[in-house]
Design a binder for this molecule. Structure first.
Ligand code: PMV
Length: 325
């Protein structure tokens, strides 16, 4: 076994993945029930090294972790060895995140993308990017998209078939910016896996979500390929609001937003009324991400930085796919 290091950037979904194909066997394979579209970001992700060890261990940002995070990593390594018929060796996994962990900036996406690439290389397995995306998906569906740079789609699994991500445009294919407004330092209370399963099981709007995602996906994909920011932004806001609406009418209900999230949304809408082409989205957390043309990014960032409750802002370009270092 070799020591291998991989770097993966996180990604933000324009059209949201929210909900898995139900049934024990499908849930085990982590198959998305809906399609999603995303942008991989530059300079924000996870660097992971996998090396042989006496027993499985995980160090994240310099802190040794046991319990659930280590169990998830061990289960992922078990899966890789089982799928590719290689003898299971114990591994030491060392990861560094440049994403606030579990706060809605999609740390699981870059984490499982980097882990999939570093683990396969450490065990001497060479996979195509598509096959690697199918493997990363089994750790976290959004991770499938972080294997690729630029703009990426992940198809839904309609009948239990395996699904892989694919690149629609590379990181040079469309020059846009995503301005991130951080609205908390806290870890979220409801993880995306738990949140989407709870809404699938209890939300009165989940059937409506399943009926509406595809129109947003098709409109969003056509708009992305045509580089039509306004059409994409409109589909993105609808997909985002539909996803968050499912949580509000789950039983019991939950909401990923805080007051600053709502204030940012209203600030973006106000900016749009003034003619700025800025569109917002939010994932399983309270941060707000705003898509806009490059010349508008400084004004968007300045506006978001002034919203009460915003703790920090950053501007991201489309970034590269996962790489071995
Ligand atoms: O892949 P997960 O389990 O981290 O779920 C991601 C869910 C959202 O971030 C809310 C949407 C998405 O498509 O990334």
């Amino acid at each position: 076994m070799k020591t291998a290091t991989a770097l993966a950037n996180t990604n933000i979904a324009f059209i949201k993945y929210w909900g898995k194909l139900q049934g024990a066997a499908n849930l085990e394979r982590n198959l998305p029930a809906v399609g999603s579209l995303s942008m991989t970001l530059d300079e924000i992700g996870t660097r992971t090294t996998v090396a042989e060890a006496e027993r499985d261990g995980l160090v994240l940002n310099g802190v040794a972790l046991a319990g659930e995070p280590l169990a998830k990593v061990s289960a992922f390594v078990d899966r890789v060895c089982r799928l590719y018929s290689v003898p299971r060796r114990a591994v030491h996994v060392e990861s560094h995140n440049t994403v606030p962990t579990a706060a809605g900036l999609a740390s699981s996406a870059s984490a499982f993308a980097a882990l999939a690439l570093a683990t396969t290389r450490a065990f001497g397995i060479e996979l195509s990017p598509q096959a690697l995306s199918g493997l990363a998906r089994q750790g976290s569906a959004s991770a499938a998209r972080s294997i690729f740079g630029g703009f990426v789609e992940l198809a839904p699994s309609r009948g239990g078939e395996d699904v892989l991500a694919s690149q629609l445009l590379d990181e040079h294919g469309w020059d846009v910016r995503l301005v991130v407004a951080k609205t908390t330092e806290a870890e979220k209370e409801v993880g995306s896996r738990q949140g989407m399963q709870h809404t699938a099981e209890t939300s009165t709007y989940y059937p409506a979500w399943l009926a509406s995602w595809e129109l947003d996906f098709n409109t969003g994909k056509a708009a992305l390929l045509a580089r039509d920011l306004d059409k994409l932004g409109d589909a993105m806001e609808h997909s985002t609001l539909a996803m968050h609406a499912t949580t509000m009418v789950a039983r019991p209900p939950f909401l990923y937003w805080n007051g600053a999230t709502v204030a940012c949304i209203q600030a973006v809408w106000q900016l749009r009324r003034q003619g700025v082409r800025a569109y917002w989205t939010a994932d399983a957390g309270p941060h707000v991400k705003v898509l806009c043309p490059p010349p508008d990014a400084p004004a968007v960032e300045k506006l978001l930085a002034q919203v009460p409750g915003v703790l920090g802002t950053a501007v991201h370009r489309p970034g590269k796919g996962a790489q071995v270092l």
